[in-house]
Design a protein around this ligand. Structure first.
Ligand code: MN
Length: 494
């Protein structure tokens, strides 16, 4: 399994120099100690570790090498308390391979007019020093997050917390293994992609396996294992079928998957209804329960990219608790004028992480795949603000598309619909957002998250060196199309 947020920490480095004497450096050390001990009480998702005050090239270079080498360190936060000449940072920053946040703040909140002297001015000059630091990071073209404001301000803390999650997504992604049963759904384009490019940029490893290896494991599930899984289903969900044998087949499938993915150390997987040799049912309930209980990333129809994105976004959003992160698919539309919205669903595999109602276990026929009627969870999705993200391969580069959306819990019964369903209005409106999404080449498969924001996904994309486009309330279609055009050229030049 990939590590999680709790396994990670961030290193805080305070920049200074010897020019103002040891007293000034001692004051920097004391200020950094105070800031970091207080910031660790602000409810950040990961701990900040104080790495002291650096004053020369050798110290900075040594520290950045250590940042790269220590696995628990997910990134570095720098603050140039006094003036820290930036040529000292070149060798260190050139070698840095982890996310970087530049915190432009100041130890004191207000200017102390009555008491300030030149010693105070020399000590508290991040207004000056942080610009020097900014210059060298820009000169080196280092993707990084710049956060500006008083370090105790909750808005500043929230920005740091949000970035920590994005940085963790970058670092944890380097550990992600995606298992793919079979290949892509025949003839489908948007779910395809360059696995080598993805591994180079995002670190995700994707390898394929035969589904009959899973079928062999299903046949070996013991009665005790099956009883325990059925008890778990009965506790979490409402059994709304008499076809218990069909539910038991999904339970055995899930047990087999847990063993198979555990052996592979995989946190995401994809399957396809066109490659189910040896299987009695398309995995439905099995996948749904795995996504919600183990944070498994999943993609249907061979869509390994969305599976990886779901796994990473689930780790990034861990503990936020606003509503979950789930594999989703645009299914059908309400095109009533002025009240346009999207219904998301899938033929089976909607993640109950985003359920507003207690899911029911039901068994219904599935028109495609040519297998037995599969058991699945049926529920209504939650309401609330969320984002929808799609990762596409543009040929030579990856593009992440992120749309701000407002989800609505359905208030009408859908007695004939045998799958889970979610409703959302994309911003600024469904017609405008879908137009932009289609120009950008976004998939019908996406990751819906109540726990993450467009800003966090933008930071994540920047740190990974991939393209990011945002569709939100301020969408301007001319500018959006121009951005796609300019990005196309910019990425060709890279
Ligand atoms: Mn699909």
């Amino acid at each position: 399994m990939m590590r999680t947020l709790k396994d990670l920490e961030f290193w805080f480095v305070t920049g200074s120099q010897p020019l103002y004497g040891q007293d000034a450096i001692d004051a920097c050390v004391a200020h950094a100690d105070d800031m970091i001990s207080q910031m660790n009480e602000f409810g950040l998702p990961c701990k900040i570790v104080n790495k002291g005050v650096v004053t020369c090239t050798e110290e900075i270079t040594k520290l950045m090498k250590e940042v790269n080498y220590q696995d628990q360190c997910a990134g570095v936060i720098i603050f140039a308390h006094t003036f820290s000449p930036s040529k000292m940072w070149i060798k260190g920053l050139v070698s840095l391979q982890k996310p970087l946040l530049h915190l432009h703040t100041q130890y004191n909140q207000e200017i102390p007019y009555a008491t300030m002297d030149m010693d105070f001015m020399n000590l508290n000059q991040s207004a000056h020093g942080d610009r020097e630091t900014g210059f060298i990071a820009s000169r080196l073209r280092i993707p990084r997050k710049v956060v500006v404001g008083y370090w105790k301000d909750p808005e500043v803390t929230a920005k740091i917390a949000g970035w920590m999650r994005s940085a963790a997504g970058v670092v944890l992604g380097k550990e992600l293994k995606i298992a793919r049963f079979g290949d892509n759904m025949r003839y489908v384009g948007v779910t395809e992609g360059d696995k080598i490019e993805v591994e180079i940029k995002l670190g995700w490893e994707c390898n394929s396996y035969a589904i009959d290896e899973l079928a062999e494991l299903i046949a070996k599930v013991t009665p005790e294992e099956l009883a325990a899984k059925m008890a778990e289903y009965n506790e979490k969900y409402t059994m709304a079928t008499d076809n218990i044998a069909a539910v038991e087949y999904q339970a055995k499938t899930e047990i087999a998957m847990e063993k198979f993915f555990g052996e592979l150390d995989a946190d995401a997987f994809a399957d396809t209804f066109q490659d189910l040799y040896g299987m009695e049912q398309l995995p439905g309930l099995a996948v749904q329960n795995l996504m919600a209980s183990k944070g498994m990333g999943f993609g249907a129809e061979g869509d390994w990219k969305v599976a990886g994105l779901a796994a990473v976004m689930k780790r990034m959003g861990e503990g936020v608790g606003k509503g979950g992160t789930a594999f989703m698919e645009d299914y059908t539309l309400n095109l009533e004028k002025g009240n346009e919205f999207i219904m998301g669903a899938h033929m089976l595999e909607v993640d109950p992480t985003v359920a507003a109602t207690k899911p029911t276990i039901e068994v219904h026929p599935l028109g495609i795949g040519g297998k037995a009627d599969p058991a699945r969870l049926v529920f209504d999705g939650k309401g609330g603000e969320a984002i929808c993200c799609s990762l596409v391969d543009m040929g030579g580069r990856l593009r992440l598309i992120c749309n701000d959306v407002v989800c609505m819990q359905p208030d009408v019964p859908m007695p004939k619909l045998p799958v889970a369903r979610c409703l959302w209005k994309p911003l600024p409106s469904q017609p405008e957002a879908a137009e932009a999404w289609i120009y950008a080449g976004g998939s019908h498969h996406s990751v819906l998250s109540f726990d993450l924001t467009a800003e966090q996904m933008h930071d994540w994309a920047d740190m990974n060196g991939i393209e990011f486009v945002h569709i939100g309330k301020d969408l301007d279609m001319d500018r959006f199309k121009q951005r796609l055009f300019v990005n196309d050229m910019a990425f060709k030049l890279r």
